[in-house]
Design a binder for this molecule. Structure first.
Ligand SMILES: Nc1nc2c(ncn2[C@@H]2O[C@H](COP(=O)(O)OP(=O)(O)OP(=O)(O)O)[C@@H](O)[C@H]2O)c(=O)[nH]1
Ligand SMILES: *[C@@H]1O[C@H](CO)[C@@H](O)[C@H](O)[C@H]1NC(C)=O
Ligand SMILES: *[C@@H]1O[C@H](CO)[C@@H](O)[C@H](O)[C@H]1NC(C)=O
Ligand SMILES: [Mg+2]
Length: 375
């Protein structure tokens, strides 16, 4: 046999072995779980894109004490460990008393392991949803040459996540799509939770009620400066939007939180969006929808690396009244590397376990002083 023939023969054997093995694997392992998943996903009106797990023994319709609200968690299957950490703490510090439901979202189906683990740690209603393709992936009209050049440059400039397309998908999804997911349609308020965060204090009141009773649209615990290299043209786009849509800009807005010269330049302040309690109807409303659409068309989510934090923050600051943005001082919270630790009486009431001295509020890199000055 010539060496070439030998190579071809070996390749053929490897390929057919792979075929046979994967076939039997289909038969005895994967096929069963895929069939089960397919059955679960099948609905009466064709393909269902989510799984629902009603809370055992909790009648949702009759609980008038609760607000119209849910937790929302975007996650990959590989985020399970960090997600479980966050959810368990959320249950212990707050949700055990309230039983607010959870919505999990992912651009891939959640694994059985993921779902089972979550169902193990909460007795609330849980839903797992699939993100529609076009809400997640880079759109066709983005010039990929331009986008990849930008990514290369950001890698050179050592911009965090500067080379990542999935990170950009995530930022764009959180900016303009999560609130349109079908599983969130039935809710007005949401609380966003990320993997690996810490909740330090017991919460003795319902923050969703604070939103509802105070007609708030956005709640935060930490605010800080954005890394300017991720948003070189964002403020230019915002100014263009303001110029063309002055009717959408709210009177008594929070411009002074985001600009020190009445809108000429952006001071880079934003609410740290890994924690958010917000009004879904505000994002779904006419003003923010137009704002997001306008920004999206600029392509900056891919040609730069626009984050959902500055986009949400600028949107809330300009399209709502400043009093509608709420600082949740009593929620002790950490997402590496920053934490908000309640002080004094609030620390005591919440039986918080963070060191009050470790508190980002008035560090030089925090924007809370601007929020205080504004109100
Ligand atoms: N489904 C899915 N979720 C993602 C993806 N990338 C990020 N996420 C989620 O989006 C949120 C933000 O992502 P993170 O990786 O925490 O980004 P970050 O908070 O800016 O940075 P970290 O310091 O790494 O936490 C988290 O809830 C992640 O679980 C992805 O590709 N797919
Ligand atoms: C909850 O809010 C959503 C969005 O505003 C609304 O469509 C839904 O009817 C509300 N549900 C209840 C029970 O009020
Ligand atoms: C916005 O206004 C500018 C002039 O200020 C104009 O050139 C541009 O075409 C307008 N854009 C839209 C979408 O109306
Ligand atoms: Mg994170």
């Amino acid at each position: 046999m010539t060496p070439m023939r030998y190579v071809i023969l070996v390749l053929a054997i490897i390929i057919s072995l792979h075929f046979i093995l994967s076939f039997s694997h289909e038969d005895y392992g994967r096929a069963t779980s895929i069939t089960r998943l397919k059955e679960q996903l099948k609905g009466s009106t064709g393909q269902k894109t989510y799984d629902s797990y009603p809370a055992p023994g909790v009648d949702y319709s009759s609980n008038s004490e609760r607000a119209n609200a849910t937790f929302v968690l975007l996650a990959r299957n590989s985020d399970l460990k960090g997600i479980v950490t966050s959810v368990k703490q959320n249950e212990d510090r707050f949700n055990k008393q309230y039983h607010y439901p959870y919505v999990f979202l992912n651009e891939e189906p959640f694994s059985d392991e993921f779902k089972n683990m979550i169902l193990e740690i909460t007795s609330s209603q849980v839903e797992f949803g699939l993100i529609p393709h076009d809400h997640w992936f880079q759109p066709d009209w983005i010039d990929e040459m331009k986008a990849s050049d930008a990514r290369k440059q950001m890698i050179k400039d050592q911009v965090i996540y500067g080379g990542s397309v999935p990170y950009r998908n995530m930022c764009r999804f959180n900016s303009g799509f999560f609130y349109r997911h079908e599983l969130l349609a039935k809710y007005k308020y949401y609380w966003r939770i990320e993997p690996d965060v810490t909740f330090f204090c017991d919460l003795h009141y319902d923050p969703f009620k604070v939103m509802q009773d105070g007609n708030k649209v956005y709640g935060f615990t930490i605010s800080l400066y954005e890394y300017p290299k991720t948003i070189p043209t964002l403020w230019g786009a915002v100014k263009e939007f303001i110029g063309n849509n002055s009717d959408l800009i709210a009177p008594g807005n929070a411009m002074s939180f985001i600009s020190d010269d009445n809108g000429e330049t952006y001071n880079n302040c934003h609410f740290w969006s890994n924690f958010e309690i917000g009004d879904l109807d505000f994002w779904r409303g006419d003003a923010y929808s137009k704002f997001f659409e306008f920004l999206d068309k600029k392509g900056g989510f891919y040609y730069e690396r626009w984050g959902d934090a500055p986009v949400h923050s600028i949107g809330a600051a300009l399209l709502a009244k400043k009093e509608q943005i709420h600082f949740f001082n009593d929620i002790g919270y950490r997402h590496n590397p920053f934490q908000h630790c309640p002080q004094g009486d609030s620390h005591h009431k919440g039986q918080c376990w963070c060191d009050p001295k470790e508190n980002f509020d008035y560090e030089w890199y925090s924007c809370l002083k601007r929020y205080d000055a504004m109100l």
